[in-house]
Design a protein around this ligand. Structure first.
Ligand SMILES: [Mn+2]
Length: 332
């Protein structure tokens, strides 16, 4: 059965239809995007936990690779990559089917797909689409949806949603740290999330090899245009030298964007001989999606990414050319 795609204006409007779908479904999936972050996985785990409290059978599914740095999130041990046939699938924090990696077929084959997201670039791939680009995190939409569905939020669900909110606001430091985000943080603490513990697990649990890798990438930092463009890279050689793996390169882009004069920070990751992942952060008038969309990527104005099917050296030159052009266009 296919259903005409629907887009909702408000969470309350969406909640009625979603509640009916949940009540009618026997096997429900909650899917994250590839290289799941704490917003995507925390939203999926938190929503799944709440639905299970309502007596539903729910499977949390992540594309490969399993994001093992998020193993502290409550319910992480329930994650599967081989769910039974589903009649209802929720997706979290993902703007297009291609971003589901090796689970994209699941999105194509499930009869009802509900797309819950906060990316402005979301292409509305779901049968039902609950997309709010003004939300600081997808976890914020999940919280509003659960409230509107009259679904109780346990302390484990609150912990997952708090982790989603904390990390997508960069520890309540990014520009998307709104009054609503701070109030939601307090609400989730009231429901049982422990802010000190989530911060410890999110920001103060690096391995020694991870710290060495970060140090190496920072030492490799290049600066152009009076520091307005800063970039670095993580190569296979650096991984070999430190004993770290590529998942441990996750926080490096956040270090690069602490440079005072920077307008654009770019990190290149050598994911394979002909696969290069790119993370972009921007400030002021520069839009990160303008640098990533030409390469098939997407994201937010301040944070975006792309994956290029080409070696590090050529990917680097092509992306830097676009980044330089954005800087010249915006400020030249
Ligand atoms: Mn997000």
């Amino acid at each position: 059965m296919t259903v005409a795609p629907r887009h909702f204006e408000t969470v309350e409007e969406a909640a009625r239809g979603i509640r009916r779908l949940v009540d009618a479904a026997s096997e429900i999936g909650c899917l994250t995007h590839k290289d799941a972050d704490a917003d995507s996985l925390g939203s999926a785990l938190g929503f799944a936990e709440a639905l299970r409290h309502m007596g539903r059978r729910v499977h949390v599914i992540v594309p490969s690779p399993i994001p093992r740095l998020l193993e502290h999130l409550p319910g992480f041990d329930t994650i599967t990559q081989t769910p039974p046939p589903l009649d209802l699938l929720f997706t979290f924090d993902c703007g297009s089917v291609q971003r589901f990696g090796d689970q994209a077929a699941l999105v194509e084959s499930t009869p009802q797909v509900v797309n819950v997201d906060h990316h402005a670039s979301n292409d509305g791939f779901g049968h039902l689409n609950l997309v709010d680009a003004s939300a600081s995190a997808t976890g914020q939409i999940v919280h509003a949806l659960l409230r509107a569905m009259d679904c109780p939020i346990s302390s484990d669900a609150a912990t997952n949603l708090y982790a989603a909110l904390l990390t997508d606001t960069g520890g309540f430091r990014h520009e998307n740290t709104t009054e609503a985000a701070l109030r939601l943080g307090a609400d989730l603490v009231g429901l049982g999330a422990d802010p000190g513990w989530v911060a410890l697990k999110s920001y103060k649990s690096h391995s020694v090899s991870q710290l060495r890798l970060e140090g190496m990438a920072i030492a490799h930092l290049r600066s152009e245009k009076d520091g307005r463009l800063v970039w670095s890279e993580v190569t296979r050689e650096m991984l070999d030298a430190t004993g770290a793996d590529m998942q441990e390169a996750e926080g490096i882009i956040d270090q690069l964007q602490t440079a005072a004069p920077m307008k654009v920070a770019v990190l290149f990751k050598q994911a394979g001989p002909s696969v290069t992942k790119v993370s972009v952060r921007t400030r002021d008038e520069v839009d990160a999606t303008r640098i990533c969309i030409p390469f098939g990527g997407g994201g937010h104005r301040r944070a975006a990414g792309a994956e290029l099917a080409e070696p590090l050296e050529s990917a680097r030159e092509r992306v830097l050319e676009v980044a330089r052009a954005q800087l010249d266009h915006r400020t030249g």
